[in-house]
Design a protein around this ligand. Structure first.
Ligand SMILES: C[S@@+](CC[C@H](N)C(=O)[O-])C[C@H]1O[C@@H](n2cnc3c(N)ncnc32)[C@H](O)[C@@H]1O
Length: 278
């Protein structure tokens, strides 16, 4: 499984950050940033520490280091190609506040074992690629500081069924519905998908009480083009290409994201929690 993941991201790494140019993903990223910052990062001490688990090319790490100039973090990833792109972001004032570690989250690298972090996140399919996501969430929870938060953005099984039917991938839709493992494109390795309840169960088993569960985007769904690194579907561009409409849709999504029921409808499920008191 890990060799499939490494070779998949070998092909994607160089152009992975081009996702920033796709208007659908800009909407999704703004929602994730808004939720992460207003709910967690803004309340932390200025010199907080973080672990970006499966941080890939460092898109989130860079944004956090720039917005919180006294924060420090570690990015762990399996893919040498994704890490090579992340390395290009270790510049200027970020250079000595970021450690990059090549390693498998299934067997925590020694550089992070025994350390404590104020916030640990894993964003965009990371736990879907893991053979045992529950075990990884448990070991990540063990790295949290006493008040630290574990934040996950995971692929929604129900959305995967809808999406695959919408693009004519019947077998992939069936697999998502019946086994909870599927793909969004023909070239990707099998991805484990999640329901809100399943994630709540994994957080409980990891010794974390959930304090936020939601999902987004839930009002605008991606099409086939949004599963590639470039291109956008005409309907999404027609809607979100106008900056005023983009701002309106973002406001609608932010409002909806306050409602826990949306977890089951979002393209991705956002779940966050802290270690339960012993
Ligand atoms: C879709 S990318 C997301 C990257 C980043 N979190 C983001 O949101 O931009 C998934 C990342 O998970 C990493 N990954 C998958 N399995 C992993 C594992 N077992 N240990 C560490 N990283 C892993 C991949 O190498 C890839 O960089």
């Amino acid at each position: 499984m890990s060799t499939d993941v490494i070779s998949y991201f070998h092909q994607k790494a160089d152009r992975y950050d081009e996702v920033d140019q796709q208007v659908y993903w800009r909407l999704s990223d703004e929602l994730l940033w808004h939720t992460l910052t207003t709910t967690y990062l803004d309340d932390l001490p200025e010199d907080f520490t973080f672990l970006d688990a499966g941080g890939g090319t460092g898109r989130w790490t860079r944004r956090v280091l720039d917005a919180y100039p006294r924060s420090r973090g570690v990015l762990v990833d399996l893919s040498p190609d994704m890490l090579a792109v992340a390395e290009t972001k270790r510049t200027g004032d970020r250079a000595d506040r970021l450690e990059l570690v090549r390693g498998d989250l299934g067997d925590l690298p020694e550089q992070v074992r025994g350390r404590r972090f104020d916030v640990i996140w894993n964003f965009h399919n990371v736990i879907g690629f893991l053979p045992d996501p529950g075990a990884v969430l448990t070991s990540l929870a063990g790295l949290l500081s006493d008040t630290g938060a574990l934040v996950t953005l995971a692929p929604n099984r129900y959305h995967a069924v809808y999406f695959n039917l919408a693009v004519g991938r019947l077998e992939a839709a069936r697999s998502a519905a019946t086994t909870g493992v599927s793909t969004f494109t023909d070239d990707m390795p099998p991805l484990r998908l999640f329901s809100p309840d399943e994630l709540i169960g994994l957080y409980g088993a990891a010794g974390c009480r959930v304090d936020l569960l939601t999902g987004f985007p839930s009002a605008v769904y991606p099409s086939r083009q949004e599963t590639r690194l470039d291109g956008s579907s005409p309907a999404v561009v027609e809607l979100l290409g106008d900056p005023e409409v983009f701002a309106d849709v973002l406001a609608i999504e932010k409002k909806l994201a306050l409602e826990p029921d949306l977890a089951a409808r979002g393209n991705n499920i956002f779940i966050a929690g802290r270690r339960s008191a012993a």
